[in-house]
Design a protein around this ligand. Sequence first.
Ligand SMILES: [Ca+2]
Length: 305
Amino acid sequence: MKPYKQSGFIIPVALIIISILIMLATGLSHQARTQIKALQRTQTQWQNELIYRSVLQKIIHSLLTGKIAYNYVRIDQKQLPIDGRTINLDGVNVQIQDSAGLMGLGVYNEKVFYRLLLQLTDTRAAQQISQELSDWIDRNNLQLRYGMEAQDYLQAGLSYYPRNKMLRSLDELLELPSMTYTLYNGTTEQPPLRNLVTPGIHLTLNAATAPQQVLRAYLEGTDEQFQAIWAARTAENWPLLQKLLTHFPGTLGDLGRFVPSSTFRIILKIPGQKSMRVTIKLRPASNPPYSIQQWYYPDDDRGQN
Ligand SMILES: [Ca+2]
């Protein structure tokens, strides 16, 4: 009877031990799976970065050695667009944007920024954001109607004040209380605001490379007048575009000269994967003949939290 009693005691203990072991094993294998997934993600990211770097090198080479005119760089009888249009290079979707086609916020023009925002959001939000940016940049003594100065940030329970200086980086726009995640990062229907502006100083706008919303913001006049301008631009009819711009009331000079900048923003994306966003400045007389001004990889959307 004794062994029977003993086994009666051992069986529950053994069962407990077995279930603990099973729990441990399940936990460990779950942990291992998570780790393997993380490793695979890192590996894919590294592989993609290698592909991006290789494509980027080709683009930089083209920009340095090709002939840049209007909205393209020509090299070996081929043309790469520099107006932000998407093209495919070695399986990577690439957008090269001449910086002179973007709205430079380095010399802030509230009126044209408002006109840009108006195409992306409602009138009230456009007024608020453009005036909040004015107050973000100016000193603390002149609060605009829809703007906000230090005391308003305090009253709104924010843990920071306006900088009262020029923008240092574009992502500072996310600090404006009325800026929204979708406006900044875009939706399937509209381009990200971050793709249309730069924190740089631009004295002229290149009408041959400017995205539609940016060009519209700089040009006053009716929608019909602008449609004629945009039709000439998309048809790449440069003489006509130049002629139309001469007679179009604008707020920035030399619109018909089509002068590109030496700075380019390049976005690379393998479909379904994280993208890379790089800003490079060509300086052919130096070594290396370009400098990297911005390097975002992986280039996630901004300001989610
Ligand atoms: Ca201020």
